[in-house]
Design a protein around this ligand. Structure first.
Ligand code: GLU
Length: 280
């Protein structure tokens, strides 16, 4: 059965961009007699707040969206993420990273460093359990080693087959210093556990797909199809971001906007005046 999900992080109130994403995933599921799931991605405990979880539920109900089953809450699923990380560790594909943000920034300022890529400082360190017991560390995927093990990841996005290239990969953090899993690992473990076979999400997350496909292949998880939808931008081309005080759904509700009517517009690709949908 076709299964999609909406997977917000409860780190702020939902805005119009989230509504568009939720409506699209819901639409595809309902048009195909499929399932639409809700997943709360609350692994970042420093930024996630219970009041934002309540707000997500309230906003989706206001839009008239129903979801199947109870929401999956990532903070309750840490054992599953640990098991996946253990598997990758047993395969020799992860390493402990002791770098601080400052260390990484300093290494990246060196000539020939690839901007936005982990400089590899800890990649070749021998495993040191005493140091690990003492010092905070994250776990990183050894992307080069992983890619040497498996066929190059491919996937379909909106029915087009895409192939990853080496540049699409970095030694991503799979478990953070302060949390048992980070986004990519938790996402693939949960998508598989929930039977999500169509990932509907915004184009801003397209760059996450190669590493997520790689993790699925390494962990023997099923391959979902992808549909990265257009993003809601302001008329002058700015992305909606929580920090830019984009109009929240709660604010629209308070000014008397009709939730189901808004959802119906978003379903057909109509956005309120002052906004537009764009390929980004
Ligand atoms: N939690 C992510 C976000 O709010 C979405 C992740 C996903 O859809 O894969 O941006």
């Amino acid at each position: 059965m076709l299964t999609t999900r909406f997977a917000p992080s409860p780190t702020g109130p939902l805005h119009l961009g989230h509504a568009y994403s939720a409506v699209q995933a819901h639409r595809v599921a309902r048009e195909n007699d499929g399932r639409f799931l809700l997943r709360i991605e609350d692994l970042d405990q420093t930024r996630s707040r219970a009041e934002f979880v309540d707000g997500i539920v309230e906003d989706l109900r206001w839009l008239g969206l129903d979801w199947d089953g109870d929401p999956v809450v990532q903070s309750t699923r840490t054992d599953a993420y640990r098991a996946a990380l253990d598997r990758l560790r047993d395969m020799g594909l992860v390493y402990a990273c002791f770098c601080s943000r400052g260390d990484i920034a300093a290494a990246l300022s060196a000539p020939h460093a690839r901007p936005d890529h982990y400089p590899g400082t800890c990649r070749a360190l021998p495993d040191n359990p005493e140091r690990r017991a003492r010092d905070p560390h994250s776990w990183r995927l050894n992307a080069g080693k992983a890619l040497a093990r498996v066929p190059p990841p491919a996937w379909t996005d909106n029915d087009r087959t895409l192939h990853a290239s080496a540049d699409d990969f970095d030694d991503e953090i799979l478990a953070r210093k302060d949390a048992p899993a980070a986004y990519h690992l938790a996402c693939v473990v949960d998508d598989a556990a929930s039977g999500v076979n169509l990932v509907v999400r915004g184009m801003d997350l397209r760059a996450s797909t190669p590493v997520q496909r790689l993790l699925q292949i390494l962990l023997g998880l099923p391959e979902p199809a992808y549909f990265h939808h257009r993003l809601v931008l302001t008329d002058d081309g700015r992305r909606l971001a929580k920090r830019d005080r984009a109009p929240t759904l709660a604010a629209l509700r308070d000014t008397g906007v009709d939730g189901p009517a808004l959802a119906e517009d978003l379903r057909t690709g109509l956005v309120p005046s002052g906004f537009r949908l764009a390929v980004a």
